[in-house]
Design a protein around this ligand. Structure first.
Ligand code: SF4
Length: 118
């Protein structure tokens, strides 16, 4: 099932029986459609790779507001250097789904930044 031919994320899978690892290019909306947007317990780069500013100028790590408020655009805020462990029931915004995140068992599959030949 695919909502779009536009690919904007990489999704890594591990077959539970064979242990085979595969990678697919996908679209964040596809993960919403297939309900593969449950990341509770996963490490997430919310606040490092994006921030959210609400209508009152308060700054948060992401649309989901995981963790504490970072500050405000009026009083100041700092971009965090640490990742967070997701405790949300689901990740519902395309901008949030697009952030790097990984299941604790598969940290070896995370690659941040570009390949050296890009
Ligand atoms: S809801 Fe999404 S963006 Fe927020 S912490 Fe969880 S995985 Fe990260």
């Amino acid at each position: 099932m695919s909502s779009s031919s536009f690919k904007n994320i990489l999704v890594h899978f591990v077959d539970e029986e064979s242990g085979e690892k595969t990678t697919e290019e996908s679209n964040v909306n596809d993960l919403l459609m297939t309900e593969e947007n449950r990341f509770s317990g996963w490490e997430c780069w919310a606040g490092i790779q994006n921030i959210t500013i609400d209508n009152e100028g308060n700054v948060w790590r992401a649309i989901c507001r995981q963790g504490t408020q970072l500050g405000s655009i009026y009083d100041g805020f700092e971009i965090p250097l640490d990742t967070v462990i997701c405790n949300k029931k689901s990740c519902n915004c395309a901008a949030d789904i697009q952030l790097t995140k990984y299941h604790p068992d598969h940290k070896d599959r995370v690659r941040l930044g570009k390949k050296s030949n890009e």
